[in-house]
Design a protein around this ligand. Structure first.
Ligand code: GDP
Length: 444
């Protein structure tokens, strides 16, 4: 069985922990979109590791982590992570390239992508998207505009130089005349990229072929999504989105695999909602319940893993979760961070939106609608402190079980995993997507 995991909200759902959990069962863990704008926080044995680019499965010894062609790849950021992992002994003295491979077809983020990202955000002022300024958007733009640099190009010096010169032709006009910045030197940029390419050589591979072979040999694969469904460039809250498709279907073009590449899709959601940066957020409570928002942010440590920005806080949005489920074809839900809400008298779940005197059960596509809509809530009893180590559903307080049941009935997808803390041991698995060949059942 192969499994894809995706964020079912606006990111930061706790994908790092879930990928780490399922990673133990997979031989290969593959990323299929995004770049080092992702930030997965893993806590293993009390030690915190934040990964941005390398799949979170890397902390399990012996797993092969793959970076698919759909990822935009920053070689400098990659080597920073490799060094951190080397220092913490993850590779057990073996060469890192035995465990990590990057597709020759992934697009490369170069310094000019980062520069443009930063200048654009600065110039946009209040209208900014709130990107991580790591060059992700500009790199995807170049990919679609057919002036991108492939990882494989880093090994072909003359092609590389030509392509960098071509990519910079227009950009230098923009940099000088639109942003009032210095032009970027193509020769120096290409030389630096070539140097990184030489170092990268042992990591470069045909990731598609590796996955094709793995499928033939029935070796389990975990596909790891980054960001979250509501940030998907097509289906999210456009234009306040990321620049890639984050839905599970992106596994296929993003890794070069067929439509049968995975058997299950687990969507990750917190028991509440957060959002970083600008954009619509129907269930936000920053102004309506500011003290509660502060409390949740503090208890849940809701500050960006990549940028350190405080995350905006809101109640669980059932309408958005259902939309995410439909978009991804979710077969299971992983419910995270319910411990953060422990001790509240009640919790709320948004079940519809009121808009212009009507009730809507769907997720709007027009930005103007988000400004006017009002969430309608179901109010459910809060739960006491949750146990850290759990062996069955009966270890959970009744009120929390009622919450789980409500979500399952509303979204029509079973909760297959419950997390009550950042550590590996604070996890209750209700069904295993790697072994369930039929629709997953939570047993609640
Ligand atoms: P990701 O990008 O989706 O991996 O999410 P982040 O790593 O940015 O945010 C998740 C944060 O919540 C991390 O600091 C995790 O250690 C932490 N975390 C994950 N699951 C739980 C949980 O069930 N309870 C609590 N309190 N923290 C959790």
């Amino acid at each position: 069985m192969n499994v894809a995991v995706v964020g079912a909200q606006w990111g930061d759902e706790g994908k790092g922990k879930v990928v780490d959990h399922y990673g133990a069962r997979a031989d290969f863990i593959a990323r299929f979109q995004g770049g080092n704008n992702a930030g997965h926080t893993l806590v293993v044995g009390g030690k915190k590791t934040v990964l941005h680019l390398i799949p979170s499965g890397i902390l399990h010894p012996g797993k092969i982590c793959l970076i698919g062609n759909g990822v935009v790849f920053d070689p400098a950021a990659f080597f920073e992570e490799i060094e951190i992992l080397e220092q913490s002994g993850v590779f057990r003295g073996k060469p890192a390239h035995e465990f990590v491979r990057v597709s020759e077809r992934a697009h490369v983020i170069l310094p000019y992508h980062r520069l443009l990202d930063k200048l654009r955000e600065e110039k946009a002022g209040h209208g900014k998207i709130g990107t991580t300024v790591r060059g992700i958007g500009p790199c995807y733009e170049d990919k679609v505009a057919r002036r991108g640099i492939l990882v494989g190009d880093l090994l072909r010096p003359s092609v590389l130089r030509q392509k960098v010169e071509h990519a910079l032709e227009e950009k230098n006009v923009l940099l000088k005349h639109h942003f009032g910045a210095e032009a970027v030197d193509a020769v120096a940029t290409a030389a630096e990229a070539q140097r990184l390419g030489e170092r990268l050589k042992p990591f470069i591979a045909d990731v598609r072929a590796i996955l094709y072979e793995a499928k033939g040999r029935r070796r389990p694969v975990l596909f790891e999504g980054a960001q979250g469904t509501l940030l998907d460039v097509d289906h999210g809250t456009y234009p306040y989105v990321t620049s890639s498709n984050c839905v599970a279907g992106q596994v296929m073009p993003g890794c070069g695999v067929g439509a049968t590449a995975y058997d299950h899709v687990v969507g990750i959601t917190k028991a509440y909602t957060t959002r970083v940066g600008t954009g619509p957020f129907p269930t936000e409570i920053e102004t309506t319940e500011p003290e509660l928002a502060q409390r949740i942010r503090k208890v849940g440590a809701e500050f960006g893993a990549t940028t350190g920005r405080p995350r905006r806080i809101g109640w669980l949005d059932g309408v958005a979760l259902k939309y995410a489920s439909e978009l991804n074809g979710l077969t299971g839900l992983a419910l995270m961070k319910a411990d953060v809400l422990s001790g509240l008298d009640f919790v709320k779940v948004c079940t519809a939106y009121r808009l212009g005197g009507n009730t809507h059960y769907g997720f709007p596509s027009a930005m103007e609608d988000f400004d006017r809509l009002e969430p309608t809530y179901e109010v459910l009893p809060g739960w006491p402190e949750l146990p850290r180590g759990m062996s069955s559903v009966s270890d959970l307080p009744d009120e929390f079980r009622q919450f789980i049941k409500f979500i399952e009935d509303f979204v029509k997808v079973p909760v297959v995993l419950v997390s009550t803390g950042p550590g590996r041991e604070e996890t209750l698995e209700l069904a295993d997507p790697f072994t369930s060949s039929v629709a997953l059942r939570s047993g609640l």
